[in-house]
Design a protein around this ligand. Sequence first.
Ligand code: BTN
Length: 277
Amino acid sequence: MTNDFQESANSESIFTHLQSLPCDEQDFSKDKIYCFKTIDSTNLYAKKLLSENDINQLDKTLILAETQTAGRGRLNRNFYSPAKTGIYLSIIYSPEKQVVNPAEITAYSAVAVVRAIKNIFNVDVKIKWINDLYHNNKKIGGILTEGFINYKTNTIDAVIIGIGINISTQNMPEDISNKAGSILADKNENFSINKFGAEIYYQVLKILKENPEEIIDEYKKSLFTIGQKITVHPIIDDEKTSYEATAIDIDKNANLIVQLEDKSIKVLNSGEVSLHI
Ligand code: BTN
C-alpha cells in the first residue's frame, strides 16, 4: 500500500502553515519561498541564487522540491529523491555575524528536524553523527550543509542547509535497499508536504536562535553513535588508513571524541572523516 501525498509543493500553502506556528513574523516572507515540481538539486539552486544576488537579502530563503534529478549527499554521494514520497529542501542562512563552523549548523539542523518529525508524525528519530537521521535502524534522511565561500576574503558568507527525508518512500534502489527506510514505511497515513516543509523551516530558523550548549545537549540525547565501536575513514590529508575506535562524546563544536584501541583520544571533525558503525 502506498501513502503518497497528493498535494503539490506550494509557497502560498507553506506560508499559511507558517502563520499558524508561533513564528517571528519578520523571519518569513512569501517572496523567499521557492517551490519546484522538479529540480536538479535544491542546494545547487541555492548556490545559483547566492552567486547571482545580494547574499544578505537571501538570508532565510527556502527552496523546496517535490523531486530532485541530481540530489546530493555528503561525500558526493547521490541522494535518492523520488516524487511524492519524500521532502527535499534547502534553507539559506546568511547571518550578519560570520559563520565559522558549518558542522555546528548541521548538528543544530539535525535536532530541528528531529523535533519537526516528532511534531508532525509523532515518530522518534535518532541521529548518527553527524548528519544522518535514523528510524527503526534505517536511514530515513540526512543533512548536507555547504558553505558558500567568499574567495576574496576567505570567509563563509552563507550556509546552505540541505535536508532530505524519505517520508513514505519504498522500493529503494538496490545499492541502498538494505540500509534506507522511511518515516511511515508501510503505514498508510496521509501527509502534507507543505505543512511538513513549513514545520522543518520553522524549527531550523528557531533553533539557530537558541543557546548552542543546550542544542548540543539535545543533539547528544538523540545520538546513537556514543558508546559504539566504529570504523573511522579519514577523507582528507595524508592519513588515509581506516582505524577502529569507540565513540565517547561530542564536544561543544559538534566534533566527535573517540578513543582508539591504544587508549589515546582523538577529536574528529566531520569534514575529515566518515564513520561505519
Ligand atoms: C546525506 O545523506 O548525506 C545528506 C542528504 C541531503 C539531501 C538533501 S535533499 C535537499 C538538498 N539538496 C540536495 O541535493 N541535497 C540536500
